[in-house]
Each structure stands twice: as structure tokens, then as C-alpha cells.
Design a protein around this ligand. Structure first.
Ligand SMILES: [Fe+2]
Ligand SMILES: [Fe+2]
Length: 283
């Protein structure tokens, strides 16, 4: 299939719609949590940030939808907007049910350049999801919360995976439509956006750390999975989970490749490093 063709567009939009799942956040099988589990859930310092990010995502995608002329693209992007708004509802429901201390922060003024905002948001989702895959696996394996809770978050993770797959296809389609130069520059353009996404992520993490002033979470609750944290293991989890989660989609769909490739290179280097640093056994 030629990237940028009508067939490509029809394909990735249809795929997005066909993989849609209907659910009502309020009607999900939310589990009863015991006191210790409740405390662990409440101790997670980033629920307020997650809640805000999902609300902001809904607003950006909705604003961008308004500017899209092509009816097929417009319908698919509108669906993503609806899903982002539903993510915010899911988080809102969780905050309410379990009495989590997270405020509904006032929404910032969105940029007038909605297309750039949508692209920044899309590349940001690629970064967040890739790292999120690893964090999710680590938290799940350490039974930080009951499995029934992870099944609920899994719904959200599945949709985020769909979003980034849709996004990279849309991005490639968009660049290809703008001509040869634009198409060949795509890796460079993507790289620039990834750097911007990383910068924003560092900014958010700094803000979060300043707001929570460290303590509590790191000291007690998270110790179940922060103790013995191993960077290589984390990277392997991100990489492996990305592969597993991506495998459920049509093989012809483009997938985000920047971070998986970077991780693959880093892992190969780490393996070589640990091999070479092992003492040689005399023959
Ligand atoms: Fe979302
Ligand atoms: Fe998303």
C-alpha cells in the first residue's frame, strides 16, 4: 500500500474505527479495595497530572477535529477526541470512587496553531505510551494493586496504543501528501518533535516532583516496585510490551518506530557491555 494514497487513508481510518470498544467508565467492574490497597492507590502522586493530561488531550483533539476538512479523517479524529474525553471520565470516576486527592485544574489556553498542538500531543503520546508500557508491566508484576484494577487500566492502555498507531499513520499520510521533500524529511521532523516531547516530559516531571516534594511515595508505597529497579530490565519491559501490544493490530499499519529502535540499540549495547565486562575465564 502506498503511504499517502487514498487507500492508505481509508485503511488506517477504517482500522481505527473497527478496533473501537464501547464502554461506560461508570459501569466498569471497579473492584472493592481494602485499606492497604486504597492507601497505595491514593499515594500515587500523579493522578492529578494524569486527569489534567486526559482533559487537555480531549480539548486538543476536539479543536483539531474542527479544522479537518476530509470527512474520513475527520470522523476518525473525532472518535479519538471522544476516547480522550472518556479517559478523563474514567480517571474522574476513579478519583471519586476511591477518594483520591486530585483537583480538577483549570484548563490552559490552547495554542492557536491547533495542527502543531495536535502533532506535539501525538508525539508526546508516543513517548508516554512507550515508557508507560514498562511502568505498567512493573506495577502489575509487583501486584502494586489488585489485578482487577490493572484490567481497567488495560482498557486505557489499549486505546492509547491505538491512538499512537493511528497518529503515526496520519503523520506519514500527511507528510506524503505534501510531496517528496516532505516525505523524505519525515524522520527529521519526527526527531524534532520527539525532542520537544522529551523536553516537555522533563518539565512535567520537575513540576510534579516540586509539587510532591519527593517523600511518601518513593519512601514507602512504591518501594514494592522501585526497590531493585533495574534500568535494563525496565527498557526490556518497555520494548517487549510495546511489541506485544502492537502485535494485535493489522501488520500493514505503520507503527511508531523511533523509541523501539532506540531501545533496541541501547539494549544491544548494554548486553555487549555486560558481556565484555565479565571477567575472562582462563582457557
Ligand atoms: Fe488518553
Ligand atoms: Fe490518547
Amino acid at each position: 500500500m502506498k503511504i499517502g494514497s487514498e487507500a492508505h487513508k481509508e485503511f488506517f481510518c477504517r482500522h481505527f474505527k473497527e478496533t473501537y470498544q464501547e464502554f461506560d467508565p461508570k459501569a466498569l467492574p471497579w473492584p472493592e479495595l481494602n485499606q492497604a490497597e486504597l492507601e497505595r492507590l491514593r499515594s500515587v502522586p500523579f493522578w492529578q497530572e494524569v486527569f489534567y493530561t486526559e482533559r487537555r488531550a480531549g480539548a486538543i483533539v476536539a479543536a483539531f477535529t474542527e479544522t479537518v476538512k476530509d470527512p474520513v479523517l475527520k470522523e476518525a479524529i473525532a472518535l479519538q477526541g471522544l476516547e480522550e474525553a472518556r479517559h478523563a471520565e474514567l480517571i474522574r470516576e476513579m478519583i471519586r470512587r476511591y477518594g483520591i486527592d486530585a483537583q480538577e485544574l483549570p484548563m490552559e489556553q490552547l495554542s492557536a496553531d491547533v495542527e502543531t498542538a495536535f502533532k506535539d500531543f501525538g508525539f508526546g503520546e508516543c513517548v508516554d505510551s512507550f515508557l508507560g508500557f514498562g511502568v505498567f508491566k512493573m506495577a502489575r508484576q509487583s501486584s502494586f494493586l489488585p489485578e482487577s484494577m490493572f484490567e481497567i487500566f488495560d482498557v486505557l492502555m489499549y486505546e492509547e496504543t491505538r491512538h499512537i498507531v493511528f497518529f503515526v499513520n496520519w503523520m506519514a499520510y500527511n507528510q506524503a501528501r505534501r510531496g517528496f521533500v516532505s516525505r523524505t524529511l519525515l524522520p527529521l521532523v519526527s526527531f524534532r518533535y520527539y525532542i520537544r516531547a522529551f523536553k516537555r516530559m522533563v518539565g512535567t516531571a520537575r513540576r510534579g516532583a516540586a509539587m510532591n516534594d519527593g517523600k511518601e511515595f518513593a519512601a514507602t508505597q512504591a518501594s514494592v516496585f522501585i526497590d531493585g529497579f533495574n534500568f535494563r530490565r525496565f527498557l526490556e519491559d518497555c520494548y517487549g510490551e510495546n511489541r506485544r501490544r502492537m502485535s494485535v493490530f493489522e501488520p500493514e499499519m505503520l507503527r511508531p518506530s523511533f523509541l523501539p529502535q532506540l531501545a533496541e540499540t541501547a539494549l544491544a549495547a548494554l548486553r555487549l557491555w555486560s558481556f565484555r565486562s565479565k571477567p575472562q575465564t582462563p582457557a
